[in-house]
Design a protein around this ligand. Sequence first.
Ligand SMILES: Cc1cc2nc3c(=O)[nH]c(=O)nc-3n(C[C@H](O)[C@H](O)[C@H](O)COP(=O)(O)O)c2cc1C
Length: 403
Amino acid sequence: MKRRRPRWSELRDLIQLERPSLGAEARVARAASVGDLRLIAKRRTPRAVFDYTDGAAGPDETALIRAREAFRRVELIPEVLKDVSAVDPSTTILGRRSGLPLAFAPTGFTRVMGTEGEIAVGKVAKRWGIPHALSTMGTTSIEGLVEAVGEADRWFQLYVWRDRGASGALVERAKAAGYQALLLTVDTNVSGARLRDVRNGFTTPPALTLRTLADMAVHPAWWFDMLTTEPLRFANLVDERGSVSDMVTRILDPALSFADLDWLRGIWDGPLVVKGVMTAKGAKEVVDRGADAVIVSNHGGRQLIHAPTPLEQLPGIVGAVGDRAEVMLDGGILDGGDIVAAVAMGAKACLVARAYLYGLMAGGEAGVQKATDLLAVGITRTMALMGATSISDLTPEHVRMRA
Ligand SMILES: Cc1cc2nc3c(=O)[nH]c(=O)nc-3n(C[C@H](O)[C@H](O)[C@H](O)COP(=O)(O)O)c2cc1C
């Protein structure tokens, strides 16, 4: 072959030198998936913090792994020659418009992942017009979140404490602050076996041991952020010392029962959602007692080690209560296609926790925004490739599970 010398005029058009940019936005800009954000998060946060978020219950984290595997077994069946020039992923959740069939799940201790914490999460939810649930174990107060984020679709997640008076007071505060729905979590009567936290000695607030001091050298940005902002605290609790598992054991009430659901129905007149329902029988019982929605959830695999997968439990639960209550799902979702699959199988919407928390650890509010944008692109692209232009086009005929 005859060679020639490269010409500058041709090379010039190929060179795309970007101006180096710094900061959180630049850091997350090239993430092509939530998995990429997870890797950035892992580099940037102390191991105990990353593990608290990423981890699940048991030696093999079985329930989380299985929940993710269930999504891998999904086949989505496309229709051809449909005009998909305009795809609308919006829907209604609990009677209100939502920009996506997605809500942000409640997470405890959120500011440890990035000090912007629940406020960053709430701001991104508002921008996308999707609901955000604040946890009882949150690190931003019920009122503080409203003050910082303003009017938005907001839910309050309740762990019923041993002290029913204190639980009732939280519900009253959420009502007074304008939270639209109450989520009662029913899968945390005792703490799950979070082995990574035990091994890492994860406590609240993080203890300053020799190991943490050594960690400062490797994660200076995280420590700087933590030590130069408001101290980390469970903003809605009174007694907040010890490991997360100690706290859960001290505060949560293993005696929680259906009578408590009746009590809550009596003091909360807005939408009541029960989170952590895993059977058709359980769903019927809570809906009979006045729940407006259930969330099929195994708590992201953080509680019962051998819990079934939410996706496989979903059709039975939709069949049992879908005509009189909304059914939502969470656990293991890292991609918009997972959400489309669950919606096609009858879920009104999905919730995610780790997906936005990886974003928060990777780049604060910009990272949460990136995670949500990636999920949204995944939803609309999957819909378009399936020939669906609206959420109502997604039906059970479009989805099946490989054996
Ligand atoms: C770090 C972390 C903290 C959580 N804290 C709470 C909580 O305080 N209350 C609750 O109901 N669920 C809590 N969850 C469970 C989530 O709300 C949700 O059910 C689950 O994580 C969904 O799975 P995903 O993280 O794979 O999306 C927490 C999950 C994580 C990862």
